[in-house]
Design a protein. Structure first.
Length: 256
């Protein structure tokens, strides 16, 4: 009986903790302007504890008034310099270079904190996706690789970390480790977002086996988005694989 009462008490506490975030979401729907929404965020956010709630609410606030949002989380991080949640939230909407620098420091200060690794991985992957050259003056590729490897050892199922490692290893021309990292990525959206890099890598290494393993993930995203009909998926797969073989043959002829 006591254990049941304790469980009910715990459930009540959890619901109370979650309620400020839900109440804020409800009130935001009725607030017509950015000024009113900012007032609501400032009123309710001090009561929000869960990081995931902060992440969702911060994204909403950034859409209506990013400057006010940034000022709030700058202030919150300043008041709680040892809290990794608030340091991470402060970094999320800064410029890429500031995010990368801040994420490195966050990882060093709090190596057990998952979101530091995630932030670094996403920023580095976005730079690669945008075809922006990495700023060699502001970072060491090897230190970033070591940080992300440590993160992946702590979170071995995280596709974002494995994808970032693939891109860094590919950039540093460590093709065996790049392949090993890419084989750990199974999220179709992560693979699709970085497909240009994957295609470049598999062409450079003439790795038709790896290409054929990852191609169905790309096709599955296109089916979900309505770009490809499900019944056409096998034909599309065979066509793309044939095109890949043709590109490899062309490369071979050009190198002779």
């Amino acid at each position: 009986m006591k254990s049941r009462l304790w469980l009910l008490l715990l459930l009540t506490i959890v619901l109370l903790w979650a309620s400020p975030a839900q109440e804020l979401m409800d009130k935001l729907q009725k607030a017509p302007g950015a000024e009113q929404q900012t007032a609501l965020f400032r009123q309710y956010l001090p009561q929000v504890r869960a990081l995931e709630d902060h992440r969702k609410l911060q994204a909403l606030w950034a859409r209506s008034d990013q400057q006010a949002m940034q000022e709030y989380y700058d202030e919150l991080a300043g008041k709680h310099p040892q809290n990794p949640d608030y340091q991470y939230l402060r970094l999320r909407y800064l410029e890429s270079a500031e995010q990368i620098s801040g994420a490195r420091q966050l990882i060093l200060n709090h190596p057990e904190f998952y979101w530091g690794y995630r932030l670094l991985a996403i920023c580095l992957s976005e730079e690669a996706l945008a075809s922006q050259p990495f700023n060699q003056a502001s970072r060491s590729i090897w230190s970033d690789i070591r940080l992300l490897q440590d993160g992946l050892s702590r979170h071995p199922e995280d596709d974002a970390l494995a994808m970032a490692l693939f891109l860094l290893h590919f950039e540093s021309n460590d093709l065996a480790l790049a392949r090993e990292s890419l084989m750990q990525v199974h999220d179709p959206l992560a693979l699709t977002a970085n497909w240009q890099s994957i295609q470049s890598f598999t062409l450079a290494t003439k790795d038709i086996e790896l290409y054929s393993v990852k191609l169905p993930h790309l096709i599955s995203v296109y089916i979900e988005q309505g770009i490809i009909a499900k019944e056409d998926s096998l034909a599309v797969y065979n066509d793309q694989l044939g095109n890949f073989r043709d590109q490899l043959s062309t490369q071979s002829q050009e190198q002779k």
